[in-house]
Design a protein around this ligand. Structure first.
Ligand code: ZN
Length: 414
């Protein structure tokens, strides 16, 4: 697992500032020299052979850093437009050292050329405290980046052991519901739904407001208002920050919920091709502004950090399966994407909540699949609901069991 912390630094002395500026300028020069050889090259290695030895003859940069520049060029080959105008420099641990000054101030000693160093002192502030607490928690770093504004980005890494997935409670998460996430807490011991919740309703509302304001500003901007253009740009950034912050918070809330039940988390496999059509096209357009992939990453990294088992389940039929009779229906049947009507039994349920329940049940099925039996039922209400529909017909050992089906599931009507 990786985490990045950006440290503020103390203003450099003029002499050091000069070295810093030269270092950055030289890296930029090397980037652009490498870039000149990019057209027509077929691989990063080929680009290396075309540029490396010539650059090494003219540049004071160490070999690794010349190679980093080539990697940067290759990584940006599709998006770079004209020359590189600014840069930051990645350094591996051969080229920096974290040291403490005589006055006990943390510093980075940077080797900008073989056997040539300069020292950047770190500003003692909240970021430094975070940095120290990471060190105390056993995080390591082998890489840093010098940012052009003088700050230092530290990439922390830590390995976490995977907790055994034998929890009785499962938190099924339907990511990408109309409110960001719908969640079901499922007790596999009693086959009961303990709780169902929505997360991120405020995000959907705020999104709508942003969209309204943006379209108004856009109308003014189209008429040539410079002020509106400026506001529009600012609003765009604000919206992006808001979504990112809230996604992180909500992911944390969901993992905390799982922690409070000592539960595992089940989440759907992200499929590009077989993506469920859960929204109308119009709704999709708006909702796609939410970075779902990042949200899922937030959830899994929180799980890793806090020792919550996470299980990624196949999305097969989770949106079509009826939790009342077990039928697998085509489409939603209700004409409203938010609601699911079963064509078999007529049950009308909220699609997102139902999907999160199906995900939870499916994770229990996948987990117990080793014990092959023929009772592919989960007891819900007074009905024994066949769950076969949730499993791909070609799945290995496609019969599963849910344990302890004597206790009926409570209130499943959402
Ligand atoms: Zn049904």
């Amino acid at each position: 697992m990786k985490k990045c912390i950006v440290l503020n630094t103390v203003d450099l002395t003029p002499r050091k500032q000069e070295i810093f500026d030269d270092f950055l300028a030289e890296y930029l020069r090397v980037l652009n020299e490498t870039l000149e050889h990019l057209p027509g090259t077929k691989s990063s290695t080929q680009l290396h052979h075309l540029t490396y030895s010539d650059i090494r003859k003219t540049s004071f940069l160490p070999s690794d850093i010349v190679q980093e520049a080539r990697k940067d060029v290759w990584a940006n080959r599709k998006t770079i437009n004209g020359n590189f105008k600014r840069c930051s420099i990645r350094l591996n641990k051969r080229w920096f050292k974290f040291v403490t000054s005589n006055r006990e101030n943390p510093c980075f000693r940077i080797t900008y050329s073989p056997q040539k160093n300069f020292v950047i002192p770190v500003k003692l502030d909240g970021q430094t405290k975070r940095f120290n607490s990471f060190l105390e928690d056993g995080w390591n770093f082998d890489n840093i980046s010098l940012l052009r504004d003088g700050r230092i980005a530290v990439v922390f890494e830590k390995e976490f052991s995977k907790p055994a997935n034998d929890r009785r409670f499962v938190v099924g998460v339907d990511v990408g519901s109309s409110t960001l996430a719908a969640v079901t807490v499922f007790d596999s011991g009693t086959s009961k739904v303990v709780k169902q919740l929505y997360f991120g309703r405020d995000v959907a509302n705020r999104q709508r407001k942003y969209l309204e304001r943006r379209s108004k500003l856009q109308a003014h901007a189209d008429k040539g208002s410079g002020k509106s253009k400026k506001y529009l740009k600012r609003l765009k950034y604000k919206q992006r920050d808001f979504i990112k912050t809230r996604s992180g918070q909500i992911a944390k809330e969901i993992v905390n919920l799982a922690k409070s039940y000592d539960a595992s988390i089940a989440i759907e496999k992200l499929s590009i091709r077989g993506r469920r059509r859960k929204f109308s096209r119009k709704a999709n357009k708006k909702i796609n502004r939410i970075p779902y992939a990042r949200f899922r990453e937030f959830i899994s990294s929180n799980c890793e950090q806090f020792g919550v088992p996470i299980q990624v389940v196949d999305a097969y039929h989770t949106s079509k399966w009826c939790p009342h009779c077990g039928a697998v229906n085509k489409g939603h049947g209700s004409g409203n994407y938010a609601l699911y009507r079963c064509r078999g039994c007529g049950m009308l349920v909220n699609s997102d909540r139902k999907a999160s329940l199906a995900i939870a049940i499916k994770s229990v099925l996948e987990r117990t699949s080793k014990e092959l039996t023929n009772s592919c039922f989960v007891q819900i209400s007074n009905t024994r609901v066949p769950v076969n529909g949730l499993v791909r017909p070609d799945a290995v050992g496609s019969s599963f069991a849910v344990h302890d089906i004597d206790h009926p599931m409570e209130s499943h009507r959402f």
